[in-house]
Design a protein around this ligand. Structure first.
Ligand code: FES
Ligand SMILES: [Fe+2]
Length: 417
């Protein structure tokens, strides 16, 4: 359990809070590139407790500025893009991507008033079909070039807006055991009641391996975050699941095989769950020009959180903990060693920021940032086809914390034969 103060420090992300200040040292995806189109060149966004307007100028530059025009406060999401920036719908004041007012058409000729008008503005950059924002002090660190954002391949983006705090979403990444229960058992239970036999059977097969009983879990601190490891079913410590594990990028990204999951803190009680999916090009396939984007509903027709897909089950678990998990009354067990370690890392890194330093997994060396590749289980690295672990095949396990679990109590939905 945590004290109320500790829980507040870990979960509150608004301006001036310790976690908000830590989060402002990172680039966060806030939209897919295709969302800013000719038809719709602006988007209202909210990030780290601040409302903002994202826009693409007629020259193609991306701006991220405070939403209200300095003149009479009209919302600039109704603005008109021009080559220099965005022009307010109400009386035509023009702002560039730095928030500087460039034109006040009806002020007297020669007036220098516009020079004194500047809106708050943040940095925005595009990579891999996503638009990322940086709201911290300058000079900004480099936008991390995670491999799936950079490799040639086919990408698409799924997003869900969730009514809960970012940390309960991300703590789930430090909790391998939940696969056995939430996905295998609860997921099977939902499918059993909702889906036809063929879909149930397919689900059952999909969750058979990873949903086996967990015998051991382990967590290793790395320069980019954590490697999460699990030993399940009949696997040995030579298996990918144990040796390579899953990467968890600090502070709020999970990598699973071909999928990067960003848990973007919108405010204290909302999280944008943004998933970037990637696959290698097939022989002769051309690199697609655009990265499609879709918003996935969180709730079913019956108003319940969707439990018929893996991420929907994860989201169920996050949302049903409440808007902000009450960590003052929780009772953690040995299966929770990973998230306990992660909370300490968050505390340490909040202190690094308070002391004026660069926190974990911020990048300033362009050579090192050219492409960020890390070990990941059961993933075929481009250029290393057929070699499990690719460039990381010889990885040696150095867990910082480990726990042996009983492995008992694997419960399966009734339909499972
Ligand atoms: S309110 Fe924007 S120009 Fe008047
Ligand atoms: Fe999960």
């Amino acid at each position: 359990m945590l004290t109320a103060e500790q829980n507040e420090r870990l979960t509150r992300v608004g301006p001036g809070t310790p976690m908000g200040e830590l989060m402002r040292r990172y680039w966060h995806p806030i939209a897919a590139s295709v969302e800013l189109s000719d038809d719709n060149p602006t988007k209202e966004v909210r990030l780290l407790g601040e409302d903002l307007v994202l826009f693409r100028s007629a020259a193609g530059e991306i701006g991220l500025i405070e939403p209200s025009c300095a003149h009479r406060k009209a919302n600039l999401s109704y603005g008109i893009p021009e080559p220099e920036g965005i022009r307010c719908a109400y009386h035509g004041w023009l702002y560039d991507i730095h928030g500087q007012c460039l034109d006040q058409p009806s002020e007297p000729e020669g007036s220098r008033f516009k020079e004194k008008v500047k809106l708050k503005a943040y940095l925005a950059e595009e990579l891999g079909g996503l638009i990322f924002a940086y709201m911290g002090p300058e000079p900004a660190p480099l936008l991390p070039r995670y491999d799936m954002l950079v490799w040639p391949g086919v990408r698409d983006v799924d997003v869900c807006m969730l009514p809960c705090n970012w940390l309960q979403c991300h703590e789930n990444s430090l909790d391998p055991l939940h696969f056995q229960w939430l996905h295998r058992y609860y997921g099977g239970y939902v499918m059993n009641r909702k889906k036809p036999q063929a879909e149930r059977d397919a689900w059952n097969l999909r969750t058979l391996t990873k949903g086996a009983d967990h015998h051991k879990i382990g967590f290793e601190k790395t320069s980019y975050g954590v490697i999460k490891r699990r030993l399940i079913g009949d696997e040995t410590e030579e298996d990918d699941n144990w040796r390579l594990g899953h990467p968890v990028f600090f502070p709020n990204i999970l990598r699973i095989g071909i999928n990067l999951q960003f848990r973007v803190p919108v405010d204290d009680t909302h999280t944008l769950h943004l998933m970037l999916n990637w696959r290698a090009l097939k022989d002769g396939e051309e690199q697609p020009g655009v990265v499609p984007y879709q918003e996935i509903p969180v709730y079913d027709e019956d108003g319940r959180i969707k439990g018929d897909w893996v991420v929907g089950q994860d989201q169920t678990a996050w949302i049903i903990q409440g808007a902000i998990t009450d960590r003052t009354t929780e009772r953690l067990g040995v299966t929770d060693i990973g998230l306990i370690m992660y909370r300490r890392m968050l505390e340490e890194q909040m202190q690094v920021v308070a002391d004026g330093g660069d926190p974990l997994n911020t990048h300033r060396d362009p050579v090192e940032n050219e492409i960020i590749m890390v070990p990941c289980e059961r993933f075929e690295y481009p250029g290393y086809e057929g070699i499990p672990g690719g460039p990381f095949k010889d990885i040696v396990v150095h867990n910082d914390v480990e726990a042996v679990l009983s492995g008992d109590g694997v419960k399966r939905p009734e339909f499972v034969k």
